[in-house]
Design a protein around this ligand. Structure first.
Ligand code: ADP
Ligand code: MG
Length: 870
């Protein structure tokens, strides 16, 4: 019975139902005495029970009971059945009847005053939710009883009752919602009527397309959807049979298997799960049934069948456990009129500008779309009603981000006064000319550094586009102005690589460089810490060791973070602290990333960062030739590796990380270790192979990397640990096994490891394409373009924003309806509008802005507090 909570509870109706139950129970109980000794004495028990059950069905106060009674009816033996069969059936009937009575009695008793026991079983969070007083202060029309929640016992006519409800009224006061249903809603974060109204349909179906069960005809081939009501699995003389009853709001259908498929087949028929069944319908003993139907589990979404709904388009909601879909629809329908009373927080001026309807109208239409609207548009969330909600959400997001940015710019910063310009520094420091893109980015940064408000800038550019060169120039500017710079890299290897580059250039410009990693000996470490504190080092390059408590600066003016997405928010915050400690001001921050973040994402995730993009590679690079191969062509791929090695080059072979949990049923996934062994003893047996993966110790990894760097290894077989890796210009071939398992952006990052030297380079993607032709086609994008931004846009489209940045660190806000990948255009609109609003009314004091301000205070600050950067 778990999970089947009757949705409606009417005490009076329930009494009638209980009474009707008694009319079934009494004859059955009599017949059942002493192992059904009396069965022969009761005339026509089947029909008596069927009639009584029919009356109980009529008296049922909730659809759950209707379904139960139907299940009871289904259990009744057919007329003229053998005695032993009758007994078996009646035993089941007794059992089911007991369950129904328990349920009905519980339901009657289940008033809030007496529900303590049951409530204490609920998860604490849900309980807190039910108990908490109305959280939103600006109630419109509230029933007087709000302060002490009590269900309205006497139900008057629906319209009258609805008029007492407001958006902030607890859902408990809606007709048909008892404490149990309210609790079920609470698990979906639905506490108030407004929450309920904002619980939008996930799919829509044309009334004409769904076949209601009652409309099924004998002999027809049909596909229907229904909820599993009962399941009866038996083993008989080695045979396994299964009977499942599914139902929609119009009737029941019997699914029958005389032989049950093995495996987990039976498990799919959990009570309440929505199943799609297809097959040839037959009427058997008055019941509709399909023998050996094709079945499919639909994802916890309500069955879509006409249920007396007024519109021709039927909404399908996400499942609320314990509430029948039809009941859910009925409850929502009941509160639709409350939409009139919802406060519309979108400024009227913007509503007019975009021709949006009011919030209430939009919600109403989304729950009950007019018959003439396109179902496709509804499904794609491409109606004006959807767009308004999406727009509103994104507008709020942009307002928060822009306001936060405005706040940050009010922090005390450091206006550098260097005695050299960035251009001059770059000329003196490097033996090449900056690309136009580099120069542009350097200008952005220089302008920021000269301002008294702290810089907060993201420097984006493909691997090898010259970010480090730009960043080092900024560091020299800081040194020339008398400030220290801390440059933080994600790995020791990278830190050392940066330090090497810096040591080649900076000392001749009179800039002192230090290295601080976890590998330093105690005396070395002590020395560098002292030098930093005394100001004897201008630029310190290091790893996380840089932001430890013991590190103190004399005058930290600039923090540079390489490969930003590997760092958490807290770590960056620590940089700011160190700066404040040493200068009393917020240091400038420059964040470098090679992850090409699509513009729309940058607007939100890094909305309070300014962005500079290096969108051009230094001249003279040979583009990496990319080609995809099928598994069967592996040998050809490794022939190319061989050829490259013979020509004095080196190669990488990259494998996806295979999680333990992934392994089941995926024996065919290659991992780094076994591939290394296989290649070493097979295709590449005459070459020197190295192995690198995340489970190796840091020292061992270092050793392998260095050996590869020094040319002592021909081929490096690795997991993605090399993604943020070291520069080995002599490596010209990148083989990626199971390429279909990588995101495009990640493939692009990996590809960036080659093509750094003079030799022609190639990236060879091997895909196990049999599973997914889509994945195979997707790889074609890699062949077509080397533009990281284009690839990122594609990735965003395909995989959604979550994949760009580790979810924990991404600071991505929780969006309820907007989708950053899908809604890029709306986001740009919202961005412009938000900017305009804040220019005119930075503190949102105008009357027309009161609504958004309230929203920001109530919801958004919370939602985004975790997303704060720096
Ligand atoms: P990133 O940090 O973006 O990966 P780097 O700054 O490390 O790129 O540059 C990659 C390589 O290209 C380095 O060897 C660097 O010296 C060189 N480089 C950078 N800018 C230029 C340029 N404008 N012209 C020629 N080579 C450059
Ligand atoms: Mg770099």
């Amino acid at each position: 019975m778990e999970g089947e909570r009757p949705a409606g509870r009417h005490e009076m109706d329930n009494a009638a139902f209980l009474q009707a139950l008694a009319a079934i129970e009494n004859p059955l109980r009599f017949a059942s005495r002493n192992q059904f000794e009396n069965l022969q004495r009761v005339r026509d028990l089947e029909n008596t029970l069927a009639r009584a059950a029919g009356r109980a069905r009529d008296a049922a106060s909730s659809p759950v009971f209707v379904a139960k009674v139907d299940a009871f009816l289904a259990l009744l033996p057919a007329p003229n059945e053998a005695m032993s069969t009758r007994v078996k059936h009646f035993q089941k009937c007794v059992q089911l009847l007991g369950e129904i009575r328990d349920l009905a009695e519980k339901d009657s008793a289940d008033t809030p005053q007496r529900s303590n026991v049951k409530e204490s079983k609920a998860k604490p969070v849900a309980r807190a939710k039910l108990k908490k007083p109305n959280p939103k202060p600006h109630a419109t029309v509230e029933p007087a009883a709000t302060a002490t929640p009590k269900p309205i016992k006497k139900r008057s006519q629906a319209p009258k009752e609805v008029s007492a409800l407001g958006p902030n009224t607890s859902v408990q006061f809606v007709k048909g919602v008892g404490p149990k249903t309210a609790q079920a809603f609470a698990f979906r974060n639905i506490d108030t009527i407004e929450d309920l109204l904002r619980f939008l349909p996930r799919r829509y179906e044309n009334r004409q397309t769904g076949t209601p069960i009652s409309g099924l005809e004998d002999g027809a081939n049909a596909t229907v959807e229904g909820e599993v009501i009962t399941k009866d699995f038996r083993r008989m003389r080695g045979r396994r049979t299964l009977d499942v009853v599914i139902g929609d709001d119009t009737g029941h259908l019997y699914l029958k298997w005389f032989r049950v498929p093995g495996g987990t087949f039976i498990e799919r028929f959990k009570k309440g799960v929505v199943i799609q069944a297809s097959g040839s319908v037959a009427r058997y003993r008055g019941k509709l049934q399909i023998v050996h139907p094709e079945t499919k589990v639909l994802d916890a979404i309500s069955p879509l069948v006409p249920d007396g709904h007024d519109g021709a388009i039927i909404p399908g909601y996400l499942e609320v456990e314990g509430v029948r879909p039809a009941t859910l629809r009925a409850i929502i329908e009941r509160v639709l009129s409350v939409t009139d009373r919802m406060e519309d927080r979108l400024p009227a001026q913007l509503r007019e500008k975009h021709h949006f309807q009011s919030l209430g109208q939009c919600l109403w239409n989304l729950h009950q779309p007019p018959a003439d609207i396109s179902v496709d548009a509804l499904r794609d969330m491409d109606t004006l009603w959807h767009r308004r909600l999406i727009y509103e959400e994104l507008l709020m997001l942009q307002l928060v981000v822009l306001r936060r940015k405005a706040e940050a710019s009010g922090d005390p910063g450091l206006a550098f006064e260097p005695d050299l310009s960035g251009v001059d520094i770059a000329k003196q420091a490097f033996d090449f000319d900056f690309t136009d893109a580099q120069s542009r980015c350097l200008q952005d940064i220089e302008a920021d550094l000269l301002q008294p408000s702290p810089m907060n800038r993201l420097l984006q550019g493909d691997v090898g586009s010259g970010k480090t060169a730009v960043a080092l120039t900024a560091a020299i500017l800081a040194a020339k102005a008398g400030f220290q710079t801390a440059l933080m890299a994600p790995t020791e290897l990278l830190a050392e690589q940066h330090a090497r580059t810096a040591l080649k250039i900076l000392p001749r410009l009179g800039v002192r460089v230090g290295l601080l990693t976890g590998k330093l000996s105690a005396p070395e470490r002590r020395r560098i810490l002292e030098e930093l504190e005394l100001g004897m080092v201008d630029i310190v390059i290091g790893t996380h060791a840089l932001i430890q408590g013991s590190v103190r600066f004399k005058r930290l003016g600039l923090g540079i973070v390489d490969e930003q997405h590997r760092f958490g928010v807290m770590q960056r915050a620590r940089f700011l602290e160190q700066g404040m400690e040493s200068t009393g001001a917020v240091p400038h921050m420059l964040v470098m990333t090679a992850t090409p973040i699509p513009r729309t994402l940058a607007l939100t995730v890094y909305g309070d960062l300014d962005v500079s993009i290096i969108d051009e590679l230094p001249p003279g690079r040979t583009p990496v030739l990319t080609k995809k191969f099928r598994e069967a062509e592996r040998e050809r791929v490794y022939k190319q590796v061989e050829a490259a090695v013979e020509a004095g080059q080196q190669a990488y072979v990259v494998l996806p990380l295979v999680e333990e949990s992934d392994k089941e049923g995926m024996e065919n996934i290659r991992d780094a270790t076994s591939t290394h062994d296989e290649l070493q003893h097979g295709l590449l047996h005459h070459l020197k192979l190295g192995l690198l993966h995340g489970k190796m110790g840091t020292d061992e990894k270092d050793r392998v990397m260095r050996a590869f760097s020094a040319g002592q290894l021909d081929v490096l077989v690795a997991t993605t640990v090399i993604e943020v890796g070291i520069d080995v210009p002599n490596a010209s071939v990148m083989v990626i096994e199971h390429a279909e398992r990588f995101g495009l952006s990640q493939l692009h990052q990996l590809r960036g490891r080659v093509g750094r030297g003079a030799a022609e380079s190639s990236c060879l993607l091997i895909a196990r394409s049999t599973q997914s032709e889509d994945a195979w086609r997707r790889l074609a994008i890699m062949e077509e373009t080397t533009d990281g931004f284009k690839i990122a846009e594609e990735d965003l489209e395909i995989r959604g924003p979550g994949d760009f940045v580790g979810t924990r660190q991404s600071g991505l806000p929780v969006l309820s309806i907007a989708n950053l990948a899908r809604d890029q255009k709306i986001l740009l609109l919202a961005r412009d509008d938000a900017r305009e609003i804040l220019e005119r009314d930075p503190d949102l004091l105008e009357d027309d802005h009161r609504g958004v301000r309230a929203s920001l205070d109530a919801v958004w600050q919370d939602r985004l507090s975790l997303a704060k950067i720096g």
